[in-house]
Design a protein around this ligand. Structure first.
Ligand code: ACO
Length: 328
């Protein structure tokens, strides 16, 4: 069976209005702007309003992606929302989004792969289109990490923010679109990065609240070491599968967790910093939303031209990782 070339035909993004700066955090925990900037590269992040949930952020980003793709919500065949902060346990955020958009014929499901979720979502959706099963798919990364962040824990609260990025996938001309995906997981590292509370192992209870198990727990330096190792190797593997040389990359769109992790990936790929889309200074780590948010801003600012070779790469809880090579 010959496969249909699949690419991104529209991008969109949304971030909430409220800004939380490093100076604001100085008033909340024992930290300072200098530590946060030198150790992470983050200067500020966005926070959702009390009444905003991930589907609300996803909705705004999706409207922009649909408009940029020039298709109507009714034409969508599939919606995948990658998130670790769904509106609720069920129904899925993707179903809530389907209803908001009026995407009546679209199948819809959430995907849980933490910060790698968007790349996992792209790989899933592109297969449906490549085989001719579906024509158009919407893949969204949407997070309200502020709702699962402990703002008394300086180890985590300086890192995370809220936002959403969305893309529409469809058929593209021969020679363009996705060239490869590299996905992976290592469940043995699951304990390093987690939210324990609220699942079937540790249902919500007065004790689970008291012991703060509904917040993100992260063994920062262990995750850091994993990230530095895996960003480079996942990127190299995706390029190898795609038959693209490192030197040919026009733009790297990495997961926006820490500037030092991005710099180490650039080093491994022998790329200069101007070859990477970096916006973590404005938004912090937005988990599954980081890569589509960065991609949407790169497109919006004219950094991506037809024929450019792009490499998307991320890692996250699970542990998981994912990379995608594509020709724009
Ligand atoms: N302000 C001031 N000091 C701090 C802060 C803070 N906000 N946070 C930690 N410190 C202190 C620590 O307490 C420690 O002090 P000690 O030596 O007295 O114990 C010191 O700074 C150094 O701590 P380290 O953890 O060694 O600092 P490191 O350089 O590793 O940076 C960081 C910490 C930024 C968390 C880094 O480890 C990191 O980025 N890890 C990866 C995180 C990540 O990428 N997560 C992605 C996945 S997220 C997801 O999937 C949802």
């Amino acid at each position: 069976m010959s496969l249909i070339p699949v690419g991104i035909i529209g991008t969109g993004k949304y971030v909430p209005e409220r800004v939380l700066t490093n100076q604001d955090l100085e008033q909340m925990v024992d930290t300072n702007d200098e530590w946060i900037v030198t150790r992470t590269g983050i200067r500020e992040r966005r926070l959702a309003a009390a009444e905003q949930a991930s589907s609300d952020l996803a909705y705004e980003a999706s409207l922009e992606a649909l408009s940029n793709a020039g298709i109507r919500a009714e034409e969508l065949d599939l919606i995948i929302v990658a998130t670790i902060t769904p509106d609720m346990a069920f129904p899925s955020t993707a179903c809530i989004l389907q209803e908001k958009l009026g995407a009546k014929k679209a199948a819809a499901f959430d995907l849980s792969a933490a910060c790698s979720g968007f790349i996992y979502g792209l790989a899933n959706a592109s297969n449906f289109i490549a085989t001719g099963t579906y024509k158009y798919a919407l893949v969204v990364g949407a997070e309200c990490l502020s709702k699962i962040t402990d703002y008394t824990d300086r180890n985590t609260c300086v890192l995370f923010g809220d936002g959403a990025g969305a893309v529409v996938l469809g058929a593209v001309p021969e020679g363009r679109g996705f060239r490869s995906f590299e996905l992976g997981a290592d469940g043995s590292g699951g304990e390093l990065l987690k939210v324990e509370g609220g699942g079937s192992r540790c249902p919500a209870s007065p004790e689970s609240l008291e012991s703060k198990r509904h917040f993100i727990y992260m063994a920062g330096s262990e995750v850091f070491k994993f990230a530095v190792r895996i960003m480079g190797s996942a990127a190299e593997e995706a390029l190898r599968k795609a038959g693209i040389d490192k030197a040919e990359i026009d733009l790297l769109v990495p997961h926006q967790a820490n500037i030092r992790i991005i710099q180490s990936a650039l080093q491994k790929l022998h790329l200069s910093e101007d070859k990477a889309m970096i916006n973590l200074d404005k938004y912090g780590n937005v988990s599954a939303a980081s890569i589509p948010l960065a991609l949407a801003e790169a497109v919006e600012s004219g950094r991506v031209k037809e024929g450019d070779k792009l490499l998307l790469v991320g890692f996250g809880g699970g542990l998981t990782w994912g990379a995608a090579a594509l020709v724009w």
